[in-house]
Design a protein around this ligand. Structure first.
Ligand code: G6P
Length: 608
C-alpha cells in the first residue's frame, strides 16, 4: 500500500521540498501511519533524509525552517504498515549500508525473508523490519556507478508487487522508477518531472502524465525521461479544484453532498428513454458477446462489494442472468465455476485494489471476458479489463466511500437495464426504469436538503456502542453498507443483516442499549420488514426506521423515522444509503473521530 512521490527539476530551488510534501499530502488517503523523504541537496551535495511517525504534518514539523534545501531529486513516502510496526525506523525511504541508495516502495516483496537472509550472509546490515529494505541492499549489491542498471538487475530477484522511486548519492541526477502491479505515473511539468502513485499528486503542476505499465522501468533526469518503450502522454480528466474541500469541514461531507451531481454525471448521455435502455460506450466492443452471457460474477472489495450485491439483485431481476457476488479476496482461491459464456465484472472506485485486480487476472488467465466499473480513468483495472464503464464521480478523497458507491449503483442499474433490454425485459418496463433513473439525482438532492434531522438523531444515538442494520432484498446490501460506514468512520460496532435473519441469532443481542436501523421503504417486502421491526420492539430494542415519505403508520412502531422520497424498488438503494452515510458521518464527528482518515485503514488497498 502507501503513496509515493518523486520530484526532479531542471532548476533546483528551495521550494522543491515543500512542493513534494504538498504532493505527498494528496496521497495520504493511501496510508497515513508514518511518512518520510530523502533528497539530494544540490548545493550541499549530500543526501538529506527525515522520517516521522504519524501523518505528513508530523514530518513537516520536523523540518527546520531555518534551513533552506535545494532538494533535487527528491523522493517521498506515506506509509500504511504491512511488514514491520509503525515506527520511524520502518518508515520509508529505506537505504543501503552506505546510505547511498534510497528507496520508496508501494507494494509487498513476498520473498523478502529469503533475500534478507542471503544479503545478511553477504554482510549487509539491516536497520528496519520492512520488506522494502531488501530492495535497497539488493541494488547496493549490483551498483557500480549506474543506478538504472543496478535497479534492473535487482528487480529480477523480487517476487511480489512494487511501485518504486529510487535515488542515489553516487548517481544523483536521476530518479529511477519501476512498477509491477502497483500504480505509478510520471507527471510532465514545465522543466520538472514528478513521479507519483496517482494523478492527484501531480495535478497542481501538470495535466500531462505517462502511466507506467507492469514491468517497466523509467529513468528520469532533469532534462528527459526514458521508459523502455515509446509512450504518448495522456490528459488527466479531473481538475485541481475537485481535490479541495470547497468549504466543507471534511471531504466525506463534501462527497456526500456532491451526490446529486455525481449521479447526474454517472447517467449523462447514457439513458435512451424511448428505447427503455442504456447506451454504455465502454461496452460497445463487447455488446455482441454480452448477448450470449449466461453467468455474471461480480468481484469487488469493501463498499464496492456492497454495490455489487445490489447489482446482483438488479441484473437477475432485469436480465434474468445468474449473477453471483464474491469478495475479490476469495474469488481466486475458491475455484469459481466459469465457462466461456461467463463474465467477470470487477467494481472498484480506485481501480487499484490488489484483490480485485488479482481476481480479474485470474479470470483473464482462464480466458473469461472481463469487464470493469471504476472511477479512475487510466487505473490498472481500466487498462486491464476487456471493456468497462466509468462512474465519473470525480476524485473521492475520504477513505469512507460515499459518492463513488451511489455512482456504482447508478452504473449497475444502467448495465442491468441494458442487459435486460438485450433480452426479455419489456420496453415499457425498461422505459419506466429509465425515466425513474432520471429523477434520482433530484430525489437525492431532496434528502440532502432536509438532512438537519439526521444530525439531531446522531446526537441522540451517538453514545451507543452497537447498532444492528436491517434490510431485505435490495436493501439488505444497504444495511451492510450502512453498518460498514458507521464502523469505519465512528469506530462503533455494527452489523448489517437480512431482515429475516435476526430471529436466528441477532435478536439475542437486542436490548434497550442496542438500537437497530431498519430499512423499510414501501416495497414488495415492506410487510415482512414491519414484522421484523415488531420483533425488535418486543425485545425493547430502539428502532430508527428508514421509510418512504408519507408513511405515517410507521411512526407508531419506530422510535424515530427518517423519510426518503418514493422511488421504484430497484433504485431505492441509491437513495436509502444517503441518510445512513450522513448518520455515520455525524455520529463520527460527535464522537471526535478523524473523519477522512480513519485509523488503521487506507482508501486504496494495494496489497493482498
Ligand atoms: C478500502 C477502502 C474502502 C473501499 C475498498 C475498495 O478498504 O477503505 O472504502 O470500499 O477499499 O476500494 P475500491 O477502490 O476497490 O473501490
Amino acid at each position: 500500500m502507501c503513496g509515493i512521490v518523486g520530484y526532479i527539476s531542471k532548476n533546483a530551488n528551495p521550494e522543491s521540498l515543500h512542493l513534494g510534501i504538498e504532493a505527498l499530502k494528496r496521497l495520504e488517503y493511501r496510508g497515513y501511519d508514518s511518512a518520510g523523504f530523502a533528497f539530494w541537496d544540490e548545493r550541499k551535495r549530500e543526501i538529506v533524509s527525515q522520517k516521522a511517525v504519524g501523518k505528513i504534518t508530523s514530518l513537516e514539523q520536523k523540518i527546520d525552517p531555518r534551513n533552506s534545501f535545494f532538494a533535487n531529486p527528491l523522493i517521498l513516502h506515506t506509509r500504511w504498515a504491512t511488514h514491520g510496526g509503525v515506527t520511524e525506523k520502518n518508515a520509508h525511504p529505506h537505504c543501503d549500508c552506505k546510505r547511498n541508495i534510497w528507496v520508496v516502495h508501494n507494494g509487498i516483496i513476498e520473498n523478502f525473508k529469503i533475500l534478507k537472509a542471503r544479503l545478511e550472509k553477504e554482510g549487509h546490515k539491516f536497520t528496519s523490519e520492512t520488506d522494502t529494505e531488501v530492495i535497497a541492499h539488493l541494488i547496493e549489491k549490483f551498483f557500480d556507478g549506474d543506478l538504472e542498471e543496478a535497479v534492473r538487475k535487482s528487480l529480477g530477484y523480487l517476487e511480489g508487487t512494487y511501485g518504486l522511486a529510487i535515488i542515489c548519492r553516487d548517481d544523483p541526477r536521476k530518479i529511477v522508477a519501476a512498477r509491477l502491479s502497483s500504480p505509478l505515473l510520471i507527471g510532465l511539468g514545465k522543466d520538472q518531472y514528478l513521479v507519483a502513485s496517482d494523478p492527484s499528486a501531480v495535478i497542481a503542476h501538470t495535466r500531462k502524465v505517462v502511466y507506467l505499465e507492469d514491468g517497466e522501468i523509467a529513468s528520469i533526469s532533469p532534462e528527459k525521461f526514458v521508459i523502455y518503450k515509446e509512450k504518448k502522454p495522456e490528459d488527466i480528466e479531473w481538475s485541481q479544484e475537485q481535490y479541495e474541500k470547497a468549504g466543507y469541514a471534511h471531504f466525506m461531507l463534501k462527497e456526500i453532498m456532491e451526490q446529486p451531481e455525481t449521479l447526474e454525471d454517472a447517467m449523462r448521455g447514457r439513458l435512451i428513454i424511448e428505447e427503455g435502455t442504456a447506451r454504455l460506450g465502454g461496452l460497445q466492443s463487447v455488446e455482441k458477446k454480452l448477448r450470449q452471457v449466461d453467468k455474471i460474477y461480480l468481484v469487488a472489495c469493501g463498499t464496492a462489494r456492497h454495490a455489487a450485491l445490489v447489482g446482483e439483485y438488479m441484473i437477475e431481476e432485469c436480465a434474468g442472468i445468474v449473477t453471483k457476488t464474491d469478495a475479490a479476496s476469495e474469488f481466486r482461491y475458491r475455484k469459481p465455476i466459469l465457462d466461456r459464456n461467463s463474465v467477470v465484472l470487477a467494481i472498484s472506485q480506485s481501480g487499484e485494489t490488489a484483490d480485485t485486480l488479482a481476481a480479474l487476472r485470474e479470470a483473464k488467465a482462464r480466458g473469461i471476458l472481463t469487464l470493469g466499473i471504476t472511477n479512475v480513468v487510466g487505473s490498472s483495472q481500466a487498462r486491464e479489463t476487456d471493456a468497462g464503464v466509468y462512474t465519473r464521480a470525480g476524485p473521492e478523497i475520504a477513505v469512507a466511500s460515499t459518492k463513488a458507491f451511489t455512482s456504482q449503483l447508478a452504473v449497475l442499474a444502467l448495465f442491468a437495464l441494458f442487459l435486460g433490454r438485450q433480452r426479455q425485459l419489456p420496453l415499457t418496463t425498461g422505459e419506466s426504469i429509465a425515466k425513474e433513473l432520471q429523477r434520482i439525482p433530484a430525489l437525492a438532492r431532496r434528502i440532502l436538503e432536509n438532512s438537519a434531522h439526521i444530525r439531531e438523531l446522531a446526537k441522540k444515538y451517538q453514545g451507543f456502542e452497537n447498532f444492528l442494520y436491517l434490510g431485505r432484498k435490495y436493501n439488505y446490501p444497504i444495511a451492510r453498507e450502512g453498518a460498514h460506514k458507521i464502523k469505519e468512520t465512528a469506530y462503533v460496532h455494527a452489523e448489517g443483516c437480512r431482515g429475516g435473519e435476526p430471529k436466528h441469532c441477532e435478536l439475542a443481542l437486542i436490548s434497550e442499549n442496542f438500537p437497530s436501523i431498519c430499512l423499510a421503504p414501501n416495497d414488495s417486502v415492506y410487510d415482512k420488514m414491519i414484522s421484523n421491526i415488531e420483533e425488535i420492539k418486543a425485545r425493547k430494542g430502539p428502532v430508527i426506521a428508514i421509510a418512504t415519505e408519507g408513511n405515517q403508520d410507521i411512526k407508531n412502531l419506530a422510535d424515530d423515522v427518517i423519510y426518503v422520497p418514493e422511488t421504484i424498488e430497484i433504485l431505492a438503494p441509491i437513495l436509502n444509503i444517503i441518510p445512513l452515510q450522513l448518520f455515520a458521518y455525524h455520529v463520527a464527528v460527535l464522537r471526535g473521530c478523524e473523519i477522512d482518515f480513519p485509523r488503521n485503514l487506507a482508501k486504496s488497498v494495494t496489497v493482498e
